[in-house]
Each structure stands twice: as C-alpha cells, then as structure tokens.
Design a protein around this ligand. Sequence first.
Ligand code: HEM
Length: 126
Amino acid sequence: MNHRTIYEAIGGFETIDRLVTAFYKRVSKHPKLIPIFPEDLTETARKQRLFLTQFFGGPSLFTEERGHPMMRRRHLPFEITPSRKDAWLECMEAALEEAKIEEPYKTVMFEKLTMTANHMMNTPEP
Ligand code: HEM
C-alpha cells in the first residue's frame, strides 16, 4: 500500500515551487488574467506555494500564516467569470507540464484544481 501524499509523491516543496513559478509566468502574460492580478506577483506566488503545499497533503503552511483558507471568500473581490476560470486552468495545465509532474499525479492534481476553480466563479460573462 502506498500512503504517501501527492505532495510527497511529486517531490515536495521543490516541485510545488517549480509549478507555481511556471504558473505565474503564464498568468502575468494572459490577457484575461492581467486585469485582476497585481503587477508584481511575488507575494501572490509566495501565498500560492503555501496554499498548494497544504492542498496536496503537505504541511498546513497556508493556514498557519493566513488562517482558514476560505478560498471562495478570498476571491470575492475579483470578478471571476467563466472565461477567467478557463484562462486560470489553461495556465495551470501548461504549468503542470512544464514542471514535469508525472502521471497519475498530473491528472489527479488537475482534476482537484478544476473542482476548486469551478467553485471560485462569482461573476457571469459580461
Ligand atoms: C489569490 C484569481 C482560482 C488560490 C488570487 C488573487 C486573484 C486570483 C486575482 C489575488 C492575487 C493577489 O492580490 O495577490 C484567481 C482566478 C481563478 C483563481 C481568476 C480562476 C478560477 C484559484 C484556485 C486556487 C487559488 C483554483 C487554489 C486551488 C489562490 C490563493 C490566493 C489567490 C492561495 C492567495 C490568497 C490570500 O492568501 O490572499 N486569486 N484565482 N485561486 N488564489 Fe486565486
């Protein structure tokens, strides 16, 4: 039996770091996402490393620093339309490739992220 978490199986924080770097590189260039993200993504990426570590079964770094995740609530200040949700997932899918996350983890991670992204939509398409 394999009881490892996804976090451990993919290589821990080093891999999360590669994924997040690859992800925000794309977010910073995506025309649908630029308008709602800050210009300097350093702090956003730092929080995302804490969150994804926890999300994939690693230590609860996000909660230790920021409290209960409440992801939907934290996203309410931003207009997340269906097409922005798709753009976010597009960047994430390419980042999972670039970070060389192998199957079956890549698919499992993308499915979990897709469910959360769907939950984050809060604005109809204009
Ligand atoms: C923060 C957009 C989905 C995790 C943010 C911010 C924006 C944003 C604009 C604020 C950035 C900042 O001011 O630093 C979006 C969009 C999504 C999406 C358009 C499309 C569905 C997700 C998903 C997750 C996530 C699926 C997690 C799996 C986070 C985290 C933060 C954040 C951890 C930092 C929260 C904090 O501590 O303040 N997101 N997001 N986001 N997002 Fe998303």
